[in-house]
Design a protein around this ligand. Structure first.
Ligand code: NAD
Length: 349
């Protein structure tokens, strides 16, 4: 197609052509938009990478493989650009955002106990890293920066559901750090005009979540225990509840947050707005897997939040978000993944 000259009608035509090609910013670049996923080798990040590729984006990943795995992105390595380094390194951050339209900032050391053991290290990755990425993003003229915030910002106040207008009460160095990231996002929107959206995730689960890690989330841990006919250990009476979010719902929220016009500068919950107790979770998994669970109840863990439930009306209103995959279906799909993984392992052994 020939680029038109000064004629207003033709310019309009040219603009439409650029928009149709997924480029709306004054014709800066023609072609696919580029998204940087920090922490793209992790559980959530690697699913975002898959989703973005499927949606036709160019994808770049920045990860230092602290907890991420090469196996999570091995199947897309020939289709993405991988930068190995830390988000807290300002030179790496600057290189990673070059020519990028959107940043989905997932990189963090996502462990409460680890932050208790090593608060400085946790702060460096989670706060310095977020600040370095925000600063790099504003200098590079990134369109929007989406931040993986955390429900840990609410602390353990008994009030349910958790609404964004509630006072935050972070209890661990991890929670403080994740909350600081939100503050920096808002400040960068107000002070520099960088569009940011902070999404407070609640107990995300699904394929690729690491059951072996020291502080693994309960769902992959329980699935593996049931598969191997091992007992399941529950702290307290098992009546503690969580707003579990299947990964696909989280991906949908992130995708909507990239372009929702009213979302910039906002913090919002991203969850399902439904809670299940750990006892219910075990019963449902056992039923799906056709197993009889053996549960051992031990003492409660100090500092564990008893119940968690998100009010998701803000995400519904500002993003048009609606959780599409039910808890039950999410569990079935996760069980399926671990079954396949086991059978591949068995064949390889
Ligand atoms: N999984 C959940 O339920 C949940 C809940 C609330 C918030 N979050 C947030 O979501 C994000 C993703 O969590 P996840 O569950 O996928 O964890 P994950 O550990 O699987 O992913 C984190 C990724 O960040 C990378 N990383 C860590 N430090 C880095 C650094 N300094 N530089 C570059 N990369 C670095 C890790 O190697 C890993 O690939 C995190 O920011 C976490 O705080 C997760």
């Amino acid at each position: 197609m020939k680029r038109p000259g000064a004629s207003a009608a033709l310019s309009k035509h040219w603009l439409k052509y650029l928009q149709a090609r997924n480029d709306t910013r004054g014709g800066k670049r023609v072609g696919k938009q580029t998204v940087l996923v920090t922490g793209g080798a992790g559980f959530i990040g690697s699913h975002l990478v898959d989703r973005l590729l499927k949606d036709g984006f160019e994808v770049r990943v920045l990860d230092d493989f602290f907890s991420g795995k090469r196996a999570n992105i091995a199947h897309v390595l020939d289709r993405i650009e991988l930068i190995e380094g830390s988000v807290a390194d300002v030179d790496v951050a600057a290189r990673a955002v070059e020519g990028v339209d959107y940043v989905l900032h997932q990189a963090a050391i996502p462990s409460v106990p680890r932050s208790v053991r090593e608060p400085l290290k946790s702060n460096h990755a989670n706060v310095d890293g977020t600040l370095a990425m925000l600063d790099a993003a504003r200098n590079a003229g990134v369109r929007r920066f989406i931040y993986a915030a955390s429900s840990s910002a609410y602390g353990d106040t008994p009030t349910l559901p958790k609404v964004e207008t509630m006072a935050s009460d972070p209890r661990s160095p991890y929670a403080v750090a994740k909350l600081a990231g939100e503050g920096y996002c808002r400040a960068f929107t107000r002070v520099y005009g960088l569009e940011t959206v902070a999404l407070r995730y609640f107990n995300v689960f699904g394929p690729r979540q690491d059951p072996e890690s020291e502080y693994a989330a309960v769902i992959p841990k329980f699935i593996l225990a049931l598969m191997e006919d091992r007992p399941i250990t529950l702290h307290g009476d098992g009546e503690q509840s969580r707003d579990f979010t299947f990964i696909d719902n989280n991906l949908e929220g992130n995708r909507l947050a990239m372009t929702a016009p009213e979302a910039s500068g906002e913090v919002m919950n991203l969850a399902c707005g439904e809670r299940f107790t750990l006892n219910e979770l075990v019963a449902m998994l056992a039923e799906i897997m056709g197993k009889t669970p053996r549960v051992t109840y031990i003492e409660s863990r100090t500092g564990d939040v008893k119940h968690s439930l998100a009010d998701i009306s803000k995400a519904k209103r500002l993003l048009g978000y609606e959780p599409r995959v039910s808890f039950r279906e999410g569990l079935e799909r996760t069980v399926e993944y671990f079954r396949e993984l086991k059978s591949v392992e068995r064949k390889g052994a």
